[in-house]
Design a protein around this ligand. Structure first.
Ligand code: FAD
Length: 639
């Protein structure tokens, strides 16, 4: 067996974004030793790229806001498919988590009277996003890293070793979770720079690896988002839910081609920017769907009045939930009213003075100037949908983040349920804090309750090393496949056939194409050695992307309705008989050998919403989503 570096910890957290760091802090505060492993540099995760803000009903901008309204907005945004318990915990705890960040040293933007400032975002009834300009994620990460350093200083004072209880393993990729008797026993991976293998022996692992966007050609996501946590969990025997739901953010850059997909924050619209087609029309007024009729402004004057004063008018349809806005942009472009480069216009220049734009949206101003030579204080931006966020993920217990395999926990974007079929902007950063903390607590409680610790077997370690080295072995006939070629084909397939608008025959074509790519993957060959070898890294990531893409495509085929981040051209509109159904992905035991195993997808009903939560909604609103049969049990149904 190749040489393997070995470490022992109570908890291993895989991922150093917001969810991972919050889990580390909590597990350490409970007195356990924690390894935090991340495949990029420490401090570089998607969380750092988050721009617009973190949603929490602190009521600073409008005192009418409260957790109940946040809960209802989240359920509406997810089209009532959300795990309601997660949505409840999230809405109840988000404000405390933001205030807690201030105790770690975060500095959010302030209102004139010194409270944390909150901005408007799509689908949120009140201004709710705590923010730091348009660089909120950076502040979150900076603050949590600072908190970790302060905990390490405490550990130094107590033990003489800064890393006695928290150690960071950066640029280290986990490729396999190891179990003993069905329980988590550790994690296996390699250092990106040296290729050296490393084994973490630990009874609890928290997955916080983020999303899957790199399976798509046009995406706001960076190279790390290859669905590793999703795939690691599946291979360890855990189920994924909601994988058909992908969020295509309505506003990504469309020009020049080299930057296509890079995000344009919703904060632009939150601060007053408006969408226009090539005829100069503010087209979103034509796209208010029946379920939201009556809740959104119907004229430009009313929409603009709402921006000045939330209480005196209905909200602008430019801030409908993201799935609605993305579909509307798609329609406008299809109808020939798009821009020269296939997007629509996003205009902030005509809405406020130049210096105000630079003050509120410094990153956007810089991004467009540097990347597209566009001055957003003087001209509109060209924008279009980009693959942004995966609602689907690891099925977890809402309260503890525990997955079905004992010792495995998940939080953040790699977990599923919280956002239902569509996430509201700003609800990810708060999700990371709320459920990162809960997963850290869950892992700590689990480890604290163990009487003996599972240990990985040598055979499993050897097998993990062999799998990782497989791309260095060319097929015997010499005809190897290039990982970059396969990745490009995968991205093209998912983008074109399982993208924002789906059709049965196209999804079937994608599934055939994925089968072909899986078969070809067995022949993937890389050259060189294990020292910093990006081709090898991609080859290993590709197996995860293929597995996760299979889940997306199979689930997209089965769900014969359109809801949130899943639009079926051949099944337009929501079907109430699907509202309470989850599609659950698991490894297919009949296709479990091979480098990329097969998956099965089965339909399962969710637990009905608790009555006190259901009672928060008007009966007339529930009627738009629920079946008559479900509503028969509702107290208001009798009246
Ligand atoms: P991440 O922050 O992505 O962290 C994942 C970590 O896992 C990384 O450290 C990575 O290196 C590591 N990792 C992955 N695979 C492995 C592996 N195999 N081994 C070891 N480590 C691994 N949300 C909001 O709420 N508000 C916003 O304003 C907002 N703006 C956004 C702007 C952009 C451009 C993008 C892309 C997203 C935005 N989002 C926003 C979404 C939000 O940022 C993400 O959903 C969130 O940060 C995900 O956090 P996470 O902790 O789950 O994962």
């Amino acid at each position: 067996m190749p040489e393997v570096e070995r470490h022992d910890y109570d908890v291993v957290v895989i991922g150093a974004g917001g969810a991972g760091l919050r889990a580390v802090i909590e597990a350490r505060e409970q007195g356990f030793s924690v390894a935090v492993v991340c495949k990029s540099l420490f401090g570089k995760a998607h969380t750092v790229m988050a721009e617009g803000g973190c949603a929490a009903s602190m009521g600073n901008a409008n005192e009418k806001d409260n957790w109940q309204t946040h809960f209802k907005d989240t359920m509406r945004g997810g089209k009532f498919l959300n795990n309601w318990r997660m949505a409840e915990l999230h809405a109840r705890e988000a404000a405390d988590r933001v205030w807690e960040l201030e105790t770690y040293g975060a500095l959010f933007d302030r209102t004139p009277d010194g409270r944390i400032s909150q901005r408007n975002f799509g689908g949120h009834t009140y201004p709710r996003l705590a923010h730091v300009g348009d660089r909120t994620g950076l502040e979150l990460i900076r603050t949590m890293q600072q908190k970790i350093v302060s905990l390490q200083q405490e550990d130094y004072a107590a033990t003489g070793d800064y890393e006695a209880r928290i150690k960071v393993f950066a640029e280290c990729t986990i490729t396999e979770l190891l179990t003993e008797d069905g329980k988590i026993a550790g994690a296996f991976g390699y250092y990106r720079e040296s290729g050296q293998f490393v084994l973490f022996r630990a009874p609890a692992v928290v997955l916080a690896t983020g999303g899957i966007g790199k399976s798509y050609k046009v995406t706001s996501n960076s190279w790390e988002y290859t669905g590793d946590g999703h795939a690691l969990a599946l291979r360890a025997g855990v189920t994924l839910i909601n994988m058909e739901f992908l969020q295509f953010h309505p506003t990504g850059m469309v020009w020049p081609p080299s930057v296509k997909g890079i995000l344009v924050t919703e904060g632009v619209r939150g601060d007053g920017g408006v969408l226009k087609n090539s005829e100069g029309k503010r087209f979103m007024f034509d796209y208010i769907p029946p379920v939201f009729k009556g809740q959104y402004a119907e004229t430009e004057d009313e929409a603009d009045q709402w921006l000045r004063d939330n209480d005196s008018a209905r909200r602008t349809p430019d801030l409908l939930p993201r799935d609605e806005v993305a579909r509307a942009i798609n329609e406008e472009v299809k109808a020939g009213r798009g821009t020269e480069h296939g997007g629509v216009y996003l205009d902030i220049a005509s809405r406020m003075p130049a210096e105000e734009i630079v003050r509120r949206l410094p990153s956007m101003h810089h991004q467009f100037k540097e990347l597209a030579d566009v001055d957003i204080t003087a001209e509109p931006m060209e924008v279009g949908p980009t693959c942004h966020y995966v609602m689907g993920g690891i099925e977890v217990d809402p309260d503890t983040g525990a997955a079905v395999v004992p010792g495995l926990f998940a939080a953040g974007e790699c977990s599923g349920g919280m956002h239902g079929s569509n996430r509201l902007g700003g609800n990810s950063l708060s999700d990371l804090l709320v459920f990162g903390r809960r997963a850290g607590l869950g892992a700590a409680a689990y480890v604290g309750g163990l009487t003996e610790r599972p240990t990985p077997t040598d055979a499993d370690v050897e097998s993990a090393a062999k799998t990782a080295l497989a791309p260095f072995d060319p097929p015997t006939d010499g005809a190897g496949e290039n990982p970059y070629t396969l990745h490009a084909e995968l991205q093209e397939t998912m983008n074109d056939l399982v993208g924002i608008i789906r059709k049965e025959h196209e999804v079937r074509e994608a599934i055939d194409k994925l089968a072909d790519l899986r078969a070809r993957y067995a022949r993937v060959t890389v050259v060189g050695n294990r020292h910093f070898n990006p081709g090898w890294h991609l080859a290993l990531d590709l197996a995860n992307m293929l597995l996760v893409s299979e889940c997306v495509a199979q689930a997209a085929l089965l769900r014969t309705e359109s809801r949130g981040g899943h639009t079926r051209d051949d099944h337009p509109g929501m079907d109430p008989t699907w509202r309470n159904s989850l599609l659950v992905c698991a490894l297919d035991p009949a296709r479990s050998d091979g480098l990329v195993p097969g998956v099965t997808v089965t339909r399962k009903e969710q637990t009905p919403m608790r009555e006190d939560l259901l009672a928060l909604f008007e009966f007339s609103e529930l009627e738009k989503y629920y079946t008559e049969q479900e509503l028969a049990a509702h107290p208001a149904a009798e009246g």
